[in-house]
Design a protein around this ligand. Sequence first.
Ligand SMILES: [Zn+2]
Length: 333
Amino acid sequence: MRVVKWLLWVCWLLLLTAGASASGTAAEPTPAPPPPADVLVPLAAAEPLASDPADTETAMPTAEPTPGLIPSPTPMPVTLQLSPLPLAPKEVPTHRPTAHPRETQHVPVLMYHHIAIPPENADAIRLDLSVPPASFEEQMAYFAAQGYHAVKPADVYDAVVGGKPLPSNPIVFTFDDGYDDNYLNALPILKKFNFTGTFYIPTGLLARPGYMTWEQIALLEKSGMDIESHSVTHPSLKGKTADFIRREAGQSKRALEAALGAPVQFFCYPAGAYDKTTIQVLQELGYLSATTTQAGAWQKPDEPYQWPRVRIHGKDRVSDVAQRVRTLAGAAK
Ligand SMILES: [Zn+2]
């Protein structure tokens, strides 16, 4: 503003001098007049002059450059503010290491059926499928003491295809067929050891004698358990048409999702039977992975629909279970 005042002061002097010259009056040495306050006041209140860089800078304390001073059509500060944003992600380093995003895992997936004392008239199959609650509790106590952490198929899948870290000593406990003893006997023991379990449900068998109800399925899920699909009526899905498989695997998925309000993306083949068509239909329906009854403890990135499992027999002692898990988990495919 000093420059402006000075310029106005000079102009005013020049006008006075010119006026004197025009009137023909000899120019007397004129004492410097006081600054024209009446003229300066309205000017000071006016907008800063665009041609005066000093005033413009003073009027913009944020140091934001005046558009007229920047030769480039794209102001640099804007570019610099935008570019760092994609380079500052918060979760990428933790969840998705880029070095080896797809790795074979060796997580034991244990396969249980009944957690119950078998009836007196039980045949050999029923005896083999029935783990007494006391034995089951002993097995869970063993895995807890050994520092195992129960995870869900989704956790294993994320580790295999996305490199997401698993806890130390991961293990999956699965329960096939939706028997009511799963709710009555397995759930309290799993909760006692703070373990989660995955329950494969044939939805068409629910509420029949010996099977869980829909209400019990919902309670399992509310207790932190994982509910996944085991078809509708538990048929073999090997050698069947795509439409047949689509009905069994699709209706079960939709029924569970509607009842639980959560996605169901993991499947278990009834009786472990499947073929290429089964896998194609599962993929088409949005299933990410499936478990078989083949013995093993590995999950390969290129075989998401063929996860083997560790079968637990009714007569197994805890030492048998421990030995089988160690052997299969140590056997690389
Ligand atoms: Zn089954």
